[in-house]
Design a protein around this ligand. Structure first.
Ligand SMILES: [Fe+2]
Length: 266
């Protein structure tokens, strides 16, 4: 089965790029299931149900989670619903809205989807627990489930953390995909025991920006240290970053992977 993992969709510019690129790509490459990082879907911070619906219509089947996933309360019912197509990070404290993992139905069978927060994300979210322990517990809890694939997303800043978790889970899950950085790395590979891995898949949004935000705002912030509001860049060339993974549904192992980076003129 072919699973596409799409990096952080940055607000409206990101959503527009998804609508331009994804439907054709699904058809062209015979993609069976699409997971996308949704934490930046609405204005770069959190996700509104309307934006979720819009992306589902464009072909996204499921959304992984990050530090902004629980920002907007209107998404809580979807996070709580075992069939709701959004998962929040597993290693957030107990009582955080949503579930630690979800199991999605796909044409090939059931797929486990987990997001983990890195422990170094610019700042440390209070109460966040060790991501390695969190995934161990989930794999133990789901070991008798008839799963055809296990997709783990690691949302963090440090390449070291994202590299270690890949090695840690090699052979135990189908893929470990890093995101949150918004800058794609050049290290996509199949690990020795059959796990697809990339340190960071990148994002969907304006390339001519600072990680999706207007460059002037970020440079001014660096120059003056003043706090300011993020404004997403809507102009310029848009980038679409994803990882296409072939998985053998009988073994749950990845057999092939391909990094996809496309640019779209706005
Ligand atoms: Fe993030």
């Amino acid at each position: 089965m072919k699973i596409l993992y799409v990096g952080d969709i940055m607000g409206r510019p990101g959503r527009q790029t998804i609508k331009k690129v994804l439907p054709g790509l699904i058809q062209e490459r015979g993609i069976d299931f699409v997971v996308a990082q949704g934490e930046n879907l609405s204005d770069g911070k959190g996700m509104r149900p309307k934006a979720i619906d819009e992306m589902r219509e464009a072909g996204v089947d499921f959304f992984s989670g990050g530090n902004w996933t629980t920002k907007r309360e209107e998404v809580y019912p979807i996070l709580e619903d075992p069939k709701g197509p959004v998962v929040r990070p597993a290693n957030y404290p107990e009582g955080t809205p949503g579930r630690r993992y979800k199991i999605a139905e796909t044409p090939f069978g059931r797929v486990l989807i987990v997001s983990l927060m890195g422990q170094i994300v610019g700042y440390l979210d209070p109460g966040e627990s060790n991501p390695l322990h969190a995934i161990d517990a989930i794999l133990e809890e789901t070991k008798n489930e008839p799963l055809v694939a296990r997709i783990v997303n690691f949302h963090g800043d440090f390449s070291s953390e994202k590299l270690v978790i890949g090695q840690y889970l090699d052979g135990r899950v189908s893929a470990v995909i890093g995101d949150h950085w918004h800058v794609p790395t050049a290290d996509a590979r199949l690990l020795p025991k059959g796990t697809a891995h990339i340190t960071d898949v990148g994002m969907v949004g304006s390339r001519d920006s600072c990680l999706g935000v207007k460059t002037d705002i970020i440079i001014q912030r660096w120059l003056t240290d003043e706090r300011s509001r993020n404004e997403l860049e809507t102009q310029g060339t848009m980038q679409f970053c994803a990882l296409l993974i072939d998985i053998n549904p009988t073994t749950g192992q990845a057999t092939h992977l391909e990094q996809i980076i496309q640019f779209v003129e706005n």
